[in-house]
Design a protein around this ligand. Structure first.
Ligand SMILES: Cc1cc2nc3c(=O)[nH]c(=O)nc-3n(C[C@H](O)[C@H](O)[C@H](O)COP(=O)(O)O)c2cc1C
Length: 142
């Protein structure tokens, strides 16, 4: 049985709703899932999982949230080699560039996400929640 870790940051609940849908999808695929707000776990703890989903909204200027998520991600990034990784998050001011920048940071380290990132404009509509579930399922089966 796959063990999936989901780690997210959220300010107003949008990315959190996506995280719960990813969790549901992974559980439906038979995985054991650990869902955590980012400040409740360490990068080292998460690096012990082989299947990892990360969720963070656009923050700053097309950046990851800088006080909790960015330091966590920076520490985790070198430990993501050979892991199955998925990313998701919400935005609402611009065009979603933060997600492409985030994905590129992974690619620059030689890490390919297991599927295209899932993004929501504001609160995730039903179709986006379905995509999140699929992401969780794909991650569990990766
Ligand atoms: C301080 C701050 C910075 C933000 N920066 C961006 C940004 O650079 N680009 C963007 O599209 N949205 C930006 N947003 C909008 C959030 O990404 C958007 O409201 C998102 O849905 C919040 O998700 P959450 O409920 O998971 O926190 C910003 C919001 C805040 C509060």
């Amino acid at each position: 049985m796959a063990k999936v870790a989901i780690v997210y940051w959220t300010g107003s609940g949008n990315t959190e709703a996506m995280a719960h849908a990813v969790e549901e999808g992974a559980q439906n695929a038979g995985a054991e899932v650990a869902l955590n707000f980012v400040s409740d776990v360490t990068a080292d703890e998460i690096a012990s999982f082989d299947h990892i989903a990360l969720g963070c909204p656009a923050s700053g200027n097309e950046q990851l949230e800088e006080y909790e998520f960015e330091p966590f991600f920076e520490e985790l990034l070198p430990q993501l080699q050979n892991k199955k990784v998925a990313i998701f998050g919400s935005y609402s001011w611009n065009q979603g560039d933060w997600m492409q920048i985030w994905k590129q940071r992974l690619n620059d380290e030689g890490i390919e996400t297991i599927a295209e990132p899932v993004v929501a404009y504001g609160y995730p509509e039903d179709d986006i929640l379905e995509e999140c579930k699929k992401l969780g399922e794909t991650l569990a089966n990766a």
